[in-house]
Write a protein that binds this ligand. Structure first.
Ligand code: I3P
Length: 126
């Protein structure tokens, strides 16, 4: 139960909008479907919500993220040649999920890269 899991256990390290698409799940290629998400970085997870309201609703006891990426053992790096978009990065998890994230502003995109890298390097499986 997400609201319970959230309650008192996680703190928000970074929060804001990003474009994202999942490209691989359990090692299997998926068709790209870029969407805008409200993204929450915690010490363990990168959470993708439909919008900021959905995140507030989850904290108030209803709803859950659309996508939850386990950062323990994950990698994050520039996604060169994976997209025609600019400022695209890929997060690759131990379970074979790959998510692209993107922001038109390279400073914004890079600040997410650095924040996610910092979290990963603090986790036991890095
Ligand atoms: C895809 C869509 C994606 C694009 C992808 C296309 O077409 O245009 O935005 O990815 O390119 O295949 P469709 O909507 O028909 O699925 P980028 O925006 O990241 O380039 P790709 O096939 O080269 O990944």
């Amino acid at each position: 139960n997400w609201p319970q899991l959230w309650d008192g256990h996680m703190c928000v390290l970074k929060e804001g909008p990003l474009n994202r698409t999942k490209i691989t799940e359990n090692g299997k290629r998926l068709r790209k479907n870029w969407t805008i998400s409200h993204v929450i970085l915690t010490e363990l997870f990168l959470l993708f919500f439909k919008d900021a309201k959905s995140f507030v609703a989850m904290k108030n006891g209803s709803g859950r993220p659309e996508l939850c990426v386990d950062l323990n053992g994950a990698f994050v790096y520039p996604a060169d040649k994976v997209s025609s978009r600019k400022n695209v990065y890929v997060i690759s998890t131990v379970l074979g999920t790959q998510v692209l994230f993107q922001n038109e502003c390279n400073v914004q995109a890079q600040s997410w890269l650095y924040a996610i890298q910092a979290v990963i390097s603090n986790l036991p499986c890095n």
